[in-house]
Design a protein. Structure first.
Length: 326
């Protein structure tokens, strides 16, 4: 089946995105291969997000606005729960692939057509997406330093429907990391994942303040602990990230968040099988780094993947490659 014959759907969780969502919608309606349905969940937005989405929905029948009025905290589970509400609206829709799409991204016009072609070329590919390029203060989109072909950013994750249904999709975790959790879950079930550098996704939202970055780094350390990241692997990973701003300090802040989980003996929201599989992967990555034979410990499994439900490197932005989050 050709890429053009395949059917895909999109789900977007949006909260007060009036500054960006118009560009994102323009990018999608300009795709050479349009989605069967695009559910945009306005998660209690108080700005013009709903108005903007409705104006496009009136022109493009595949766009659907769903207003989520549920009262909840603005935490790391909120976006995932909003995505679930969007997926519920897809009952009865015929599709082969499902993707999350953040509300502050734009793409080249052939992005989704090319991405579906990648799935065609690799039958065991269960989850895929492009590389995210961030808009920096000098007006240039730059490749994220941590982009890699073995990790697909949450903002652009697309799954085969069978893979999505086998894993159950995205899970709300206390410190974030639904993309990481999903990637490990996908591999536990024998599917492959890959991010493609030749498929750029342009992220328009500016990065936060230094204070916010430090809070996020500490939170990311707690996230690493919560999913069961191997301590030795964590140290090597953070050592490699010394180059990331604010240089060296960022790695120490994230490490402190990771160690804090051990200090308070925090219970992890994932299963022991999940932790064992993740650590086996990470140890094999270290063995590969040191040119050692990989362990045979990692294998595909049919078992629970969580313990229970828990809520060119530069592209000028002056002439964006398309008209329109990560």
């Amino acid at each position: 089946m050709s890429a053009n014959a395949k059917k895909y759907v999109l789900v977007t969780a949006a909260y007060n995105e009036e500054a960006y969502i118009g560009k994102t919608i323009e990018s999608i309606v300009g795709q050479t291969l349009l989605p069967q349905r695009w559910v945009i969940v306005s998660d209690g937005s108080t700005d013009r997000t709903d108005e903007i989405v409705q104006s496009y929905a009136a022109k493009y029948p595949f766009i659907q606005l769903y207003r989520n009025e549920e009262k909840h905290k603005r935490n790391f589970g909120a976006q995932v729960m909003a995505i679930h509400r969007g997926v519920e609206q897809l009952r009865g829709v015929d599709y082969d692939f499902i993707a999350n799409l953040d509300a502050d991204l734009t793409f080249d016009p052939t992005y989704y057509e090319q991405l579906l072609r990648k799935f065609d070329e690799h039958p065991q590919l269960g989850l895929a997406g492009g590389f995210v390029f961030d808009l920096e203060p000098d007006g240039v989109f730059r490749n994220r330093p941590m982009n890699g072909e073995h990790s697909v950013a949450h903002a652009v994750q697309m799954l085969r429907r069978e893979c999505y249904e086998e894993t159950g999709g995205w899970v709300a975790l206390p410190y974030g990391g639904p993309d990481w959790h999903l990637q490990v879950s996908v591999q536990m079930l024998g599917w492959r994942i890959k991010a493609f550098r030749e498929l750029p996704a342009y992220h328009h939202r500016p990065t936060g303040t230094a204070e916010r970055r430090f809070r996020n780094l500490f939170r990311e350390g707690r996230m690493d602990y919560s999913v069961g990241s191997d301590p030795i692997f964590e140290i090597f990973k953070l050592a490699r990230r010394f180059r990331a701003k604010p240089f060296i300090l960022s790695s120490f802040v994230r490490l402190s968040g990771f160690l804090w989980g051990y200090c308070i003996r925090e219970e992890r929201p994932v299963s022991k099988e999940f932790v064992r599989f993740l650590r086996s992967q990470q140890r094999n990555a270290l063995r590969k780094l040191f040119h050692l034979n990989p362990s045979k410990e990692t294998s595909t499994v049919k078992m629970p993947i969580r313990s229970g439900p828990i809520l060119s490197d530069e592209v000028s932005s002056k002439k964006p490659p398309v008209h329109h989050n990560a």
